[in-house]
Design a protein around this ligand. Structure first.
Ligand code: NAP
Length: 157
């Protein structure tokens, strides 16, 4: 069955590989990234800065009206290195906000449609840094929170 998936951070790296894999398996892919001019992207690539809440919500609402999404891969992630002793509190806020808000926004926007159609999948990317890697305090905290979101949503859904 052909499904439609949204992938954040889809233009390169893991997001791009997932996009190509899903497209190869016959699915529709809508990718989000700041850059959008890549004509080789295996689907629809939409430009948005996922750290811009209002801009992101406008794009998500528009896409939700144009596509019937069956799933979302919350792939985008932001790393900021800082050893203990140099952790900037604004950087901590930014790490939590930038890593978590886009995932909450995609899911809350797409969930009503997936519920209505009676089928949906949410895939969240975390990282092994949650087990502890030097200089990754803020990134690891955000990625650990991503696991908490995933477990909570699994229970709620
Ligand atoms: N790579 C690893 O070894 C590794 C290990 C564990 C977990 N992870 C996790 O896996 C995920 C993907 O990592 P990756 O290494 O594949 O990333 P990547 O190669 O750095 O790719 C990042 C993607 O996100 C997009 N992006 C970056 N900033 C953005 C923004 N502000 N708004 C919209 N899109 C933005 C980039 O496109 P543009 O530049 O065009 O915006 C690109 O498509 C992340 O959550 C990461 O934490 C990665």
């Amino acid at each position: 069955m052909k499904r439609t998936f949204l992938i954040t951070g889809a233009s390169k790296g893991i997001g791009r590989a997932l996009s190509e894999r899903l497209a190869r398996d016959g699915h529709n892919v809508v990718g989000l990234a700041r850059s959008s001019g890549d004509t080789t992207f295996p689907g629809t690539l939409v430009s948005v800065d996922l750290t811009d809440r209002e801009g992101t919500q406008a794009v998500l609402s528009d896409l939700d009206a144009r596509f019937e999404f069956d799933g979302v891969v919350n792939n985008v992630g932001f790393v900021q290195l800082s050893p203990l002793g140099s952790i900037d509190l604004d950087g901590l806020d930014r790490a939590m906000r930038d890593n978590l808000a886009p995932a909450v926004q995609t899911v809350q926007t797409l969930l009503p449609g997936m519920r209505k159609r009676g089928w949906g999948r949410i895939v969240n990317l975390s990282s092994l840094v949650v087990l502890g890697v030097a200089q990754r305090s803020t990134y690891a905290a955000a990625k650990a929170a991503m696991i908490s979101l995933t477990r909570t949503w699994a229970l709620e859904l």
